[in-house]
Design a protein around this ligand. Structure first.
Ligand code: PLP
Length: 399
């Protein structure tokens, strides 16, 4: 068959590298430190709530923009944490994960040719999200930490130059995947001022907002002066409650934007799974100790994986939040990150994500590899044992 039967849009991006690595991990029986999903159990009480909801026959379509108890729980949580009043009937749309929330938002706010600013390295979905919604992405680089710069940072002039009257929105992901960067209040203020100046919308993916280390705190863009009326905040239960397979996420946005998001969402998916929305509402009622334990557990895992990787010869960029470690692999002598990732998964038995998949120009990420640590201790121990092999191969490369 010679004719390309795919649309230009579908042809213009590749399949997800992250999910491809998960498939390769399964094929080779490798320890999967690529895709960010926990391999440990979700909290018992919320699993019980999901079962109870099914048995109570909450099995039909929920209201398309989300079951009322869940929207009320999201609004109460948002207001309590960020001091921003939210009207559940007007400002919340429950979607199939934050993945759909981002896509529905982009399709609701972008016209073809509008520019959307994206910090890179970026969570890989933002690329196809831009293409499918017709947006023209404008990338602003996050630069690696270095002497005198302990955190990933952007150049203020480059950011300001990216804004114009073609800018419809900027996507911010804090805490950030893949870098672990937390955008500081001063950085968010700077972005907010540019949004106000250029009448742009801030779309903030805050899915890791409870996964913070070393006493860090999360600042919600919507809580900044003049931003609640121009911010779409995206979140989900996936990471906070270790239920990535539930596919329950949401947007919190001003009423006019919510109207558009709801329409797109309705025709895309109708709604997220009704019993899981009921269980998600119960998850949001967990006590504060749950979140403290979550962050403490991840902090321990972060330190453990950093130790393993560093002793195997990787240079690690220490994450401040989220559950990934970006590493520099230059010292291993491989020509490229994909070749190294394939060697790791097939010959060493550990799956990670090639850095190039987080950059518009793959060449920029060729010296990087991302590992996740949302895994059981025994999984990390298995990775440690296997990565011994890399340490010895590094010694061979050097000698
Ligand atoms: C930054 C970011 N946003 C969104 C998602 C997807 O979230 P969800 O499971 O809610 O669709 C991920 C998953 O890895 C992520 O890292």
């Amino acid at each position: 068959m010679s004719k390309n039967r795919l649309s230009q849009k579908a042809s213009s991006f590749t399949e997800s590298v992250i999910r491809e690595m998960t498939r390769l991990a399964q094929k080779h029986g490798a320890v999967n430190l690529s895709q960010g999903f926990p391999d440990f159990a979700a909290p018992l009480s919320i699993k019980q709530a999901a079962c109870d909801a099914i048995l109570a026959d909450i099995n039909q379509y929920a209201v398309t923009w989300g079951a009322k108890p869940l929207r009320e729980a999201i609004a109460a949580d948002f207001t309590a944490r960020h001091g921003v009043p939210v009207v559940p009937d007007e400002q919340i749309t429950v979607c199939c994960g934050s993945t759909e929330a981002m896509m529905a938002t982009m399709m609701a706010i972008v016209d073809p040719g509008d520019e959307v600013i994206v910090f890179e390295p970026y969570y890989e979905n933002y690329g196809p999200d831009a293409i499918l919604s017709g947006a023209t992405p404008r990338f602003v680089r996050l630069r690696e930490p270095g002497p005198g710069r302990p955190d990933w940072y952007y150049d203020s002039e480059e950011l300001a130059a990216a804004f114009s009257n073609r800018t419809r929105a900027i996507i911010i992901n804090t805490p950030n995947n893949p870098t672990g960067k937390i955008f500081r209040r001063s950085e968010l203020e700077e972005i907010a001022a540019l949004c106000r100046k250029w009448d742009a919308i801030a779309v903030t993916d805050e899915i890791y907002d409870h996964i913070l280390y070393d006493g860090e705190t999360h600042v919600a863009m919507a809580s900044l002066e003049g931003m609640r009326e121009r911010t779409v905040t995206i979140n989900s239960v996936s990471k906070t409650f270790s239920v990535t397979g539930w596919r329950v996420g949401w947007t919190v946005a001003p009423a006019d934007l919510t109207n558009g998001i709801r329409k797109v969402h309705d025709f895309l998916t109708v709604g997220a799974a009704a019993p899981l929305q009921a269980a998600a509402a119960s998850a949001l009622a967990l006590p504060a100790t749950y979140y403290a334990d979550l962050a403490a557990g991840y902090s321990r895992r972060r330190d453990r994986l950093m130790g393993i990787l560093e002793s195997s010869g990787f240079v690690c960029y220490k994450p401040r939040g989220a559950y990934y470690i970006m590493t520099d692999i230059s010292a291993f002598g491989f020509s490229d990150d994909v070749a190294f990732a394939r060697y790791l998964v097939a010959d060493v038995g550990v799956a990670a994500v090639p850095g190039s998949s987080f950059y518009r120009d793959p060449a920029t990420g060729r010296t990087k590899l991302r590992f996740c640590f949302c895994k059981k201790d025994e999984t990390l121990a298995a990775a440690e044992e296997r990565l011994q092999k890399v340490r010895s191969s590094k010694l061979e490369v050097r000698s």
